[in-house]
Design a protein around this ligand. Structure first.
Ligand SMILES: [Zn+2]
Length: 301
């Protein structure tokens, strides 16, 4: 997240740092093992795979931030649990109640491959609260750039339903906090290889939030994911023209991403003139990810 003119920062030194928000309680979200993301053991395999959204994924990002080349430029901050009342800026009470109930009953598969297991709900509240803390840090003028390292992820979660390993839309909650704190316009740029359908859905009828998503051309994947991510999903009502979908062919590399950013993303953001940016930086566009067919990707963090 980066602030614009609206929130002057308090010190030059803080401006030059990346403010990373993290809480190890998010590692307690155990998505289990099975065949890919099914959680199923067919009974004839020696080794079951870890669910693709597992704690190791984040542990390695954490170790890179702590011991990698950008570590001297990082200021570390603790995360926190989100309050239930804070979730209602993006999600419906009915849907939040469904998640609370699932946790109370010992967990369940909320939708395909999306397991709310014992420990998952606290981790989910930590992911949301930690993201809100990162946004609040920028709003309060303590820096220009904050990074919330969180799991479970959020960008597929829609106001009324879970989807694609996501329960709560962390970025959507942060956007709403920025708007509620006085930002006039917020731009969201989502570079995860899958369509940021949940975030787009949450602001589909708003002209205060420009949602941009670069993604693999995968279309809808079932009832939890009705959006297709095609170029003709442009928003509705006053929000028409404020959702920009950029589906990319499989195998798109750095050059293709660079071209799309230079010719589509940058002009759209410049025209919109946001006073806050939220970057959704899922790493699965990488050539080494089992979840994509894109060949490589620039890395914001
Ligand atoms: Zn993804």
């Amino acid at each position: 997240m980066a602030s614009g003119e609206a929130f002057p920062s308090s010190s030059l030194q803080a401006d030059n740092l990346i403010h990373v928000f993290w809480d190890e309680g998010m590692l307690k979200h155990d998505t289990g093992t099975g065949v890919f993301d099914t959680g199923m053991d067919p009974g004839f395999l020696d080794v079951l795979e870890k669910h693709p959204e597992n704690a190791d994924r984040v542990k390695n990002i954490l170790s890179i931030l702590k011991r990698g080349p950008i570590s001297p430029f990082i200021s570390w901050h603790h995360g926190r649990l989100a309050l239930i009342s804070e979730l209602l800026s993006f999600h419906t009470q009915e849907y939040v109640n469904e998640l609370i109930e699932a946790d109370r009953n010992g967990g369940k598969e909320i939708c395909g491959g999306t397991f709310l297991n014992p420990g998952s709900w606290d981790a989910t509240l930590l992911a949301a609260g930690t993201t809100l803390s990162a946004m609040q840090h920028i709003i309060d003028g303590h820096g220009k750039f904050a990074y919330a390292l969180v799991r479970p992820p959020g960008h597929h979660a829609q106001p009324t339903q879970a989807d694609g390993y996501c329960f709560l839309n962390n970025a959507g909650l942060a956007v709403q906090l920025a708007l509620d704190s006085g930002c006039r316009k917020v731009a969201v740029l989502d570079i995860d290889v899958h369509y940021g359908n949940g975030t787009a859905d949450g602001f589909y009828r708003s002209d205060k939030v420009l949602t941009i998503s670069l993604h693999m051309n995968h279309g809808s994947w079932g009832p939890s994911h009705p959006q297709s991510g095609t170029i003709d999903e442009l928003g509705e009502g006053v929000g028409f023209g404020y959702n920009l979908n950029i589906p990319l062919p499989n195998g798109t590399g750095d050059e293709g991403y660079g071209y799309a950013v230079q010719h589509l993303v940058v002009p759209a953001i410049e025209k919109f003139e946001p006073d806050m940016m939220v970057l959704v930086v899922g790493q699965d566009s990488s050539a080494v990810s089992a979840l994509s067919y894109c060949s490589s990707m620039f890395c914001i963090l």
